[in-house]
Design a protein around this ligand. Structure first.
Ligand SMILES: OCc1cccc(Br)n1
Length: 460
């Protein structure tokens, strides 16, 4: 408004045209409930995070893939009582197809691999940073979308695959300044848990739904888990008590002792092998065995793990495991070994805030090109194109300012390192004047500005 512009002028600033909005706008200006807008300042941090994800993925030989956020509901039809499948952002589209916004990425990955089964050379090491959705009831005030870095290895049956994934997780943490003093990774095996529970009479088809209840231990406590095992899984109270007891095992050997006579040793051997390989890989200090970790997805079949903050103030930072029967569930004629993890964009940012590790990411650009007046605008644009042709980033001042001070204001506001002034006097000599804004010089120290030949602009 005129008053706002006058007010700004009185503060020694030229009117920076800004937007004014009615106090009763005709449309809702907030993003949909549970979703986030990413304004440039916030998106600089989000992009920084994605670049750290991608750098780790690249460093460990993973290839990026992507897929539509819209999937058919059938991909997630699992009856184990998982929260993730009970909160799908699902609808029937105009063709009458039962679709949903994807709640996770792993089923999409499995679909894509099977979609081109013949041409897939295993092992595959693929990653993606998909936005995933859930329809949370608003009163829980939780988010309905997040971006989740997914890393998966398809086609490797040995625990080398899980060891590789855990290396990537630790490398990522280290790349953003998080150490093994801040974060640990709890490791367990559903294969061993299945063996123990089998000895308690829990059949294979009951195992996944029982795992979904066991996974709630941190959230609802031992008594509530026992009650739910009895009420929803129909287990005898003493069986429920024994199950909760085994979650408290502190070592692999303790858990091994609970496996029935003659139980298959494979799961135990895999756990021990993983801890050995992690030592060789140099991140053994990040790992801790924890029999209570089973993760909340029905399809895990072997090693499972989750990253946690050692201060115990945050929810799980990331999690994953082996899922050897998912691809055969979708049609593979044999079991295809697979394992992976998901790493959400929310808890990690809370952790970085807690640790004072959020990076400073000011808006910045190398050059701003400013015309002396409207008459020089075309020549200024020519200069800008020449500097850009040399590979430098240039912000072109679209409407020349009346005062030089306003040009400096604009340059500072966009974080420009250099101002390129395009004025008649220098132009007559095929020159432009470049001022270095980062230098702490005073006006009389002319050396911090340079008259540069137009022919040299591609090399500034
Ligand atoms: O971690 C479960 C999940 C799935 C989709 C969206 C969000 Br937010 N959270």
């Amino acid at each position: 408004s005129k008053a706002a512009a006058a007010e700004q002028r009185s503060r020694g600033q030229n009117a920076v045209v800004s937007v004014q909005c009615s106090t009763t706008p005709p449309v809702e200006l907030e993003a949909c409930s549970g979703t986030r807008d990413w304004y440039p300042e916030e998106f600089r941090l989000q992009r920084w995070l994605y670049e750290k994800f991608r750098a780790t993925a690249r460093a460990t030989g993973f290839e990026e893939y992507d897929a539509p956020v819209l999937e058919r509901q059938e991909l997630y039809k699992r009856k184990a009582g998982e929260e993730i499948t009970q909160q799908m952002y699902a609808f029937v589209d105009q063709d009458g197809v039962e679709v949903t916004l994807r709640p996770e990425m792993t089923p999409t990955l499995a679909r894509m691999v099977l979609g081109r089964a013949q041409s897939m050379m295993l092992p595959l090491k693929w990653f993606s940073i998909p936005q995933c959705w859930r329809f949370e009831t608003t009163q829980r005030g939780r988010k309905r979308e997040h971006y989740q870095w997914n890393m998966d290895i398809i086609g490797c049956k040995s625990v080398s695959a899980e060891t590789e994934l855990l290396f990537a997780v630790c490398e990522f943490f280290k790349s953003i300044g998080i150490t093994s003093a801040d974060v640990g990774i709890k490791v367990n095996s559903r294969k061993v848990m299945a063996s123990v529970l089998d000895s308690y009479g829990i059949t294979a088809e009951k195992f996944a739904p029982v795992c979904i209840v066991m996974d709630k231990l941190d959230k609802i406590g031992a008594d509530a888990v026992k009650a739910e095992l009895v009420d929803t899984q129909g287990l005898p109270a003493e069986t429920a008590a024994k199950i909760v007891e085994c979650l408290a095992c502190k070592t692999v050997s303790d858990l091994e002792a609970l496996c029935g006579e003659g139980a298959d040793q494979t799961g135990i051997d895999e756990l021990k092998r993983l801890f050995e390989l992690a030592e060789d890989y140099g991140y053994g200090d990040w790992l801790i065995f924890d029999a209570s970790v089973v993760r909340g997805l029905a399809y895990y079949t072997g090693i499972v793990f989750e990253g946690f903050d050692r201060a115990g103030e945050l929810r799980a930072i990331c999690g994953g495991g082996r899922y050897d029967r998912l691809l055969s569930l979708y049609g593979a004629v044999t079991e295809v070994p697979a394992c992976g993890f998901g790493f959400g964009d929310c808890v990690i940012v809370e952790l970085l805030k807690d640790k004072g590790l959020l990076p400073e990411l000011p808006k910045s650009i190398e050059f701003v090109v400013a015309a002396f007046n409207e008459g020089m605008q075309g020549k200024a644009m020519k200069a800008a194109s020449m500097i850009r042709a040399g590979g430098s980033d240039v912000d072109m001042l679209l409407e020349p300012k009346k005062k030089v001070a306003s040009t400096f204001d604009y340059a500072n506001r966009i974080g420009a390192r250099y101002i390129v002034f395009v004025a008649p006097q220098e132009w007559e000599n095929d020159m432009v004047r470049i001022k270095d804004l980062r230098a702490d010089y005073t006006d009389k120290d002319e050396e911090k500005q340079l008259d540069v030949k137009l022919s040299d602009l591609g090399r500034v």
